[in-house]
Design a protein around this ligand. Structure first.
Ligand SMILES: Nc1ncnc2c1ncn2[C@@H]1O[C@H](COP(=O)(O)OP(=O)(O)O)[C@@H](O)[C@H]1O
Ligand SMILES: [Mg+2]
Length: 228
């Protein structure tokens, strides 16, 4: 049997030695979506940051795409949509999406602002897919919260990562827009076999969009049984 893209064993996560969540053991199988739910402040973002390699694990073990944290997985294989988005506000939506391709470029080339041929068309297509055609040249700081969120989603989508970690990706989006983003995600997953971990505070939505819901906080991870 092949190793799942994400495997955690007795993982403890937190800040500067202070535990936020402890004894987390779970795996995410290839091509599946796991949704993390739990009350505000329970540690959903902390866990996702740890899987993204931004925070070191406090104890236990986490393996992401064959690399045991804090060793990073191969460049470009991991996509992360932070809750705080991490966009460059004074740059255009298009340039922000192109940053999703940075891992494929030399640092110097990217500093010069030179992107590979075809990258711009892919970025434009990604912006179209998230419903932002017409906003390509707008500066991110001039876009609404939900539009900014969709720029961050497009940036992760063009990267076509093997694992996507998405933090509250659907918040600030109306029902219809959220639905179209989920369809985009599912299409991409169908095309590339991408594995997804998504933080979603709304349990009903979480259940809808995932194969498995993991409830965090309280006594650690509890798999939520899906309705038949
Ligand atoms: N940078 C930080 N340093 C120290 N503690 C933090 C930091 N960020 C968040 N926390 C604390 O970690 C806990 C979990 O936060 P977080 O993972 O953001 O929760 P959630 O995403 O589930 O709402 C909270 O008690 C929060 O105050
Ligand atoms: Mg959070």
């Amino acid at each position: 049997m092949t190793e799942p893209p994400i495997r955690c064993r007795d993982l403890c996560v937190g800040y500067n030695g202070d535990e936020v969540l402890e004894d987390l053991s779970f795996t995410v199988p290839h091509g599946e979506t796991v949704a993390l739910v739990g009350r505000s402040g329970c540690g959903k973002t902390t866990l996702l940051k740890t899987l993204a390699g931004i925070l070191p694990p406090l104890a236990g073990e986490a393996t992401v795409l064959g690399s045991t944290l804090p060793n990073p997985p191969p460049a470009g294989t991991l996509g992360y949509i932070p809750q705080s988005l991490g966009l460059v506000p004074h740059e255009s939506a298009l340039r922000n999406v192109l940053h999703g391709r940075l891992s494929e470029l030399g640092r110097f080339r990217s500093l010069l602002g030179r992107f590979p041929e075809g990258a711009e068309n892919e970025a434009l297509e990604a912006l179209d897919r998230v419903g932002l055609s017409g906003k390509e040249r707008s500066r991110v700081k001039e876009l609404s919260g939900g539009q900014q969120r969709r720029v961050a989603i497009a940036r992760a989508f063009v990267q076509e990562p093997d694992v996507l970690l998405a933090d509250e990706m659907l918040s600030e989006l109306d029902h219809e827009t959220a639905g179209s983003i989920v369809r985009c995600l599912e299409d991409l997953q169908g095309e590339t076999g991408m594995t997804v971990v998504i933080v979603e505070h709304n349990v009903e939505i979480a259940d809808d969009i995932s194969n498995t819901v993991l409830s965090l906080g309280g006594e650690g991870i509890k798999p939520v049984t899906r309705a038949a």
